[in-house]
Ligand binder design. Structure first.
Ligand code: HEM
Length: 205
């Protein structure tokens, strides 16, 4: 057991083995055939939620743990966060955002409402309005991660050259957009789960 839990790579492999066991059990008990449309839809939905948890989990770590506690860390210890923890967290953060939007768009395509959802349900009488709003909120958040937060964090953390003034400004911009994403995550997640569970027509709805 220690060999599984002391090395992250082994923990991830063990998680994947448990996933395969789940797939066999779910595949054996669920209706429909394996590898048909609904099976792939289910797989991408699962990968979507897994990526979303990684993304929003790190977003909440930044906003609920790291940013509020930075002032409590003595100056000589701050580089541990700025030079080590934050860059590692930002790596997983931005790629999880990418994986979330890609898998989310695949799920929408497989559900047959990608265009209707982008049009926020105007084209299908409102059947995809909740997920359409959610997808737009998620897309804005993804844009903020890749085109505002990450470029500003690169300057703020010294990953790219910047003078002290521009570093301070970049840190503030990154913080404000990270806060914006925290705010948007609340209605965004509501829309994600509303599509299927609030009686709207959609895949399985
Ligand atoms: C970034 C853009 C995103 C897009 C394009 C997107 C797209 C979608 C789509 C199409 C669905 C299926 C809705 C349905 O028919 O039931 C969905 C469900 C879902 N999404 Fe997203 N999503 C995005 C972001 C996120 C994020 C950041 C999270 C955070 C965890 C998330 C979590 C979920 C959850 C929990 C569901 C419900 C799964 C279910 O009921 O089976 N999504 N999303």
């Amino acid at each position: 057991m220690a060999a599984i839990l002391t090395k992250l790579g082994n923990t991830v492999i063990a998680g994947i083995v448990a996933l395969v066991v789940m797939f066999v059990i779910v595949g054996a008990t669920a209706g429909g055939g394996a590898f048909d449309h609904s099976w792939w839809n289910f797989l991408f939905r699962y990968l979507h939620v897994l990526s979303g948890v990684m993304w929003i989990g790190l977003l909440y770590y930044f906003n609920f743990v790291q940013i509020p506690n930075m002032p409590n860390i003595p100056d000589e210890q701050k580089p541990a966060i700025g030079k080590v923890i934050a860059p590692a967290a930002l790596f997983w953060f931005r790629w999880a955002a990418m994986s979330t939007i890609v898998t989310g768009l695949i799920v929408a395509l497989m559900n047959g409402y990608l265009v209707d959802a982008i049009a926020i349900g105007f084209t299908d009488g409102g059947n995809s309005t909740p997920i359409g709003i959610g997808m737009w909120l998620g897309a804005i958040m993804w844009f903020n991660v890749w085109f505002v937060i990450w470029p500003n964090q690169k300057r703020a953390l010294g990953i790219v050259e910047a003078d002290a003034d521009s570093k301070a400004k970049s840190a503030r911009t990154a913080m404000l957009f990270s806060r914006t994403n925290t705010l948007l995550s609340v209605p965004m997640l509501f829309c994600m789960v509303a599509q299927q569970n609030a009686g709207f027509v959609g895949f399985g709805g």
